[in-house]
Design a protein around this ligand. Structure first.
Ligand code: GLN
Length: 497
């Protein structure tokens, strides 16, 4: 019998639609897989067994009635624990929100439910999405299914690991500086950061509001496109939501060709700190694009070198403001409330007990960068750099249709290796965060295993704002060609657990 957990989302949906399997059977197979392996992986913070089975039963009932089913009806999904889910715990990987039951659904959650996608539960993440390894979770690290001693990337390590360990065929992540793409790269999965404003942030607990973007995670490009289409689109509840048609991502993923397309290789994304095996797979990918008929040019985006510094002023500045709402009065943890202490003292004690070290570091950094006398020197300068980076992209996209680079300079690193070195941790996102600063769209997809360690390498594709369909067009072409050549990293030679 087919192992239902090994199928793509598209195949699962098809089997349910034709009645070959029921949505309940599919859900049960994934719940059993979670039961069997998640003790080792720690991808889930919360599994909603009953809720998932109820949703699956509703899909089966719809089918029995002859109702039309959506393209992902009955397909299980793992949701990053940064999206509110009505009545289901939402912690953002933080102790400060332990036990919080949101009174409402995020727009992404709502759209998934409306599309009859079955939400299995909530996935582990770095606290408030700050990190590149999922080691900053208050609930213990997630482990990389390819090698349990290594990180699955972050902050969305739980979502990526759930895909790579066959606990779910679909997942949702959020990407502020790389947290969808970097975990995708190091787990051999596909992750897309849509154009800023393409997917609603309503009910996405804010980290850095001008950078945060929810997006799809899957094992194939087509599955990511199908999920993208479900969650994207204008939302009046988010003032930064783009009021324009969703780019034709599914059509592009089905088309998958690059003939005549102009592809730019960014010179700045190479050199010191890039693992040789990563660069080798990247160079081969560029070669492949050329063979497939793309026109490849090298170009320079000189301001990208300043991206990391600008990001680590802008993101913490927004954090210092966004995390101010956790005051122990309205949500979550309250410490030291003995009746004698003032509200200010209780807030201070609760924040000291509830936030982990990285959240505290960023709150301090951001508060400092925004303080009077330093604002212009730090925050103001970072915003100017942000403009320069946006202009670099604009200039590049006058010459080419998409840009490509490695997603991350190295493969998955060992758990603990960068835990005490924030800058080494931050460098994992050096290729991804310029895209967030400019608001463009980008995808990471597997481009082979690094020869020195046998671990997955990610290829990043970048498109101009609202041209997300180009990612899928190029991504699908690369995926098809690589699969023909080497097999698919997750559909053929699965990591054994
Ligand atoms: N690793 C980056 C950070 O720590 C990006 C995180 C993200 O995209 N959420 O800020």
């Amino acid at each position: 019998m087919t192992d239902l957990t090994r199928l793509t989302a598209a195949a699962v949906a098809e089997k349910i639609a034709v009645g070959e399997v029921s949505a309940v059977e599919v859900t049960e197979a994934h719940l059993a897989r979670i039961e069997a392996v998640d003790e080792k992986v720690n991808a889930f913070l919360h599994v909603d067994r009953e809720g998932a089975l109820d949703q699956a039963r509703a899909v089966d009932a719809k089918r029995a009635r002859g109702d039309r089913l959506g393209p992902l009806a009955g397909v299980p999904l793992a949701l990053k624990d940064v999206f509110t889910t009505r009545g289901m715990p939402t912690t953002c990987g933080s102790k400060i929100l332990q036990g919080w039951l949101p009174p409402y659904d995020a727009t992404v959650t709502r759209r998934l439910k409306d599309a009859d996608v079955v939400i299995l539960g909530k996935t582990n993440m770095d606290e408030f999405a700050m990190g590149s390894s999922t080691e900053n979770s208050a609930y213990g690290p997630t482990r990389n299914p390819w090698d349990l001693t290594r990180v699955p990337g972050g902050s969305g390590g739980g979502s990526a690991a759930s895909l790579a360990s066959y606990q779910a065929p679909l997942a949702i992540g959020t990407d502020t500086g790389g947290s969808i793409r970097q975990p995708a790269a190091v787990t051999g999965t596909v992750g897309v950061k849509p154009t800023y404003g393409g997917v609603s942030r309503y009910g996405l607990v804010a980290f850095s509001s001008s950078l945060d973007q929810g997006g799809p995670c899957a094992r194939t490009v087509l599955d990511a496109a199908l999920l993208h289409e479900v969650i994207a689109g204008h939302d009046p509840l988010d003032s930064t939501s783009v009021d324009a048609p969703v780019p034709p991502v599914v059509e592009a993923a089905r088309r998958g060709d690059v003939a005549g397309l102009r592809v730019g290789v960014v010179r700045e994304f190479a050199g010191e700190g890039y693992q040789p095996g990563v660069m080798r797979r990247f160079t081969e990918s560029v070669e492949l694009l050329r063979e497939l008929g793309a026109q490849v040019v090298e170009l320079s985006c000189p301001s990208f070198d300043l991206g990391l510094a600008a990001y680590y002023l802008i993101a913490p500045s927004e954090v210092s403001s966004n995390l101010a709402r956790f005051d122990a009065m309205r949500y979550g943890l309250r410490a030291g409330d003995d009746g004698a202490r003032s509200a200010e003292e209780v807030t201070a004690l609760s924040r000291a007990a509830g936030f982990g070290p990285e959240a505290k570091r960023r709150i301090m950094l951001g508060t400092y960068a925004l303080s009077s006398g330093y604002y212009d020197a730090y925050y103001g300068s970072a915003q100017k750099v942000r403009t320069l980076i946006t202009r670099d992209f604009a200039r590049a996209f006058e010459q080419v249709d998409v840009l490509v680079s490695p997603t991350t300079p190295t493969t998955a690193f060992p758990i603990g290796e960068r835990a005490d070195d924030p800058v080494a941790m931050y460098l994992a996102d050096v290729c991804t965060l310029p895209i967030n600063l400019a608001g463009n769209a980008a995808m990471s997809l597997p481009c082979g295993l690094a020869p020195e360690d046998g671990l997955p390498v990610g290829l990043q594709i970048v498109a101009p704002a609202m041209a997300d369909d180009r990612l899928y067009r190029v991504g699908a072409a690369v995926e098809t060609a690589f699969t023909a050549r080497w097999g698919h990293p997750l559909l053929d030679e699965a990591p054994a657990l």
